[in-house]
Design a protein around this ligand. Structure first.
Ligand code: TYM
Length: 336
């Protein structure tokens, strides 16, 4: 697969408020593993963030905070390229070209647009609608071959593959863009809300009790896990039974993911316990992993000149690859 291309990982995270456990377990933890073995580019995707109105001051803060979170979680800016999307103009330029390659019918199928636009579709920004084309541009601007994401981004990656294929076919350049592979965690790719096991954990859910934020205090984590919805049955090792208990399954999956064990092993360890006992174990392991990250985020976030330097250096490196590829793309399209 992708024999014509050197392995290159690309992924992005939106700077819209606090990052949470879903971002960490679904994506960033994997970013850290990948940087040990492959060249990686990680972007704070501020152009994506403004598809929904952002207060400019808060957006700036969120960009810094997302960068601090990346580093606190273990991303190494000396090894990987880390930068904010708007500082490399090639993303917006290629997105326009892809607006002309992508089809209305493809975008009309995007479930995330339907969810985010809600019932008032007419009032959603055009940017929110064409957002998956920009996401394809992010990836293909670098000819990235692998994209680590949570399960909720799967459909957008399929669209990216369709765009890459159509561009290669339309311009008769069969191997110009790689067809990128999604890297989605096999065991647990969708961390669910602590209030509703059928909804994903998300920044946009109103209740803060629905998620664990990376900057939550020990007290907050303990309270949120205590309040997390479960049921009165004991923990069983019967996976079929757990499938009918989504909140219980979610907490057990979170425990397994945080402790790097399989769900089977966790079920064996916890079998016969009631949830109040298990929740104590769960908040202990969460506090041990998340609180040191949270403390580091707060510390890093104070040093704005260091953060600015990291972003500038990252953007310079990203730009070298982006400019070279964009030159070729413009040539292929027929621009002078
Ligand atoms: P964003 O900012 O919503 O989320 C960042 C990453 O976190 C993952 N994630 C989750 N994983 C598991 N369970 C959850 N509850 C959960 N919530 C979030 C997301 O899947 C994502 O991997 N469109 C993207 C950003 C983006 C991008 C890209 C990603 C822009 N360009 C190019 C990859 C490649 C987004 O909004 O992610």
């Amino acid at each position: 697969m992708n024999k014509n291309f050197k392995d290159l990982v690309f992924s992005g995270v939106q700077p819209t408020g606090n990052l949470h456990l879903g971002n960490y377990l679904g994506a960033i933890k994997n970013f850290v593993e990948l940087q040990k073995k492959t060249d990686c580019i990680y972007s704070i995707v501020d152009l994506h963030a403004i598809t929904v109105f952002q207060d400019p001051k808060e957006l700036k803060n969120s960009i810094f905070e997302t960068l601090s979170s990346f580093i606190a979680c273990g991303l190494d800016f000396k090894k990987s390229i880390i930068f904010n999307q708007s500082s490399v103009s090639g993303h917006a330029e290629l997105a326009w070209i892809f607006n002309c390659v992508s089809r209305l019918g493809w975008l009309n199928r995007m479930t995330q647009f339907k969810e985010k636009a809600g019932s008032n579709k007419e009032n959603a920004s055009v940017g929110l609608y064409v957002y998956p084309n920009l996401m394809a541009a992010d990836i293909l601007l670098y000819k990235a071959t692998h994209v680590p994401v949570g399960d909720d981004q799967k459909q957008h990656l399929e669209l990216c593959r369709d765009i890459a294929n159509k561009f290669n076919n339309d311009f008769n350049k069969s191997n110009f863009f790689p067809i990128p592979e999604p890297l989605i965690q096999k065991k647990f790719s969708r961390v669910m809300s602590l209030r509703d096991g059928k909804k994903k954990m998300s920044k946009s859910e109103e209740s803060d009790y629905s998620r664990i934020n990376l900057q939550d205090s020990e007290d907050q984590i303990e309270k949120k896990i205590k309040k997390a919805k479960t049921d009165s049955s004991l923990i069983t090792s019967d996976k079929k039974d757990l499938e009918k208990r989504p909140e219980a399954l979610n907490l057990l999956n979170i425990y397994s993911s945080i402790t790097n064990t399989s769900l089977e092993k966790t079920l064996k360890e916890m079998e016969g316990k009631d949830f109040s006992k298990f929740k104590k174990n769960l908040s202990d392991v969460l506090i041990a992993t998340i609180c040191p990250i949270g403390k580091k985020i707060k510390e890093l976030n104070k040093d704005k000149s260091l953060l600015l330097n990291i972003l500038r250096n990252g953007a310079e490196k990203a730009k070298i690859i982006a400019d070279k590829n964009l030159k070729e793309i413009k040539e292929i399209v027929g621009f002078i």
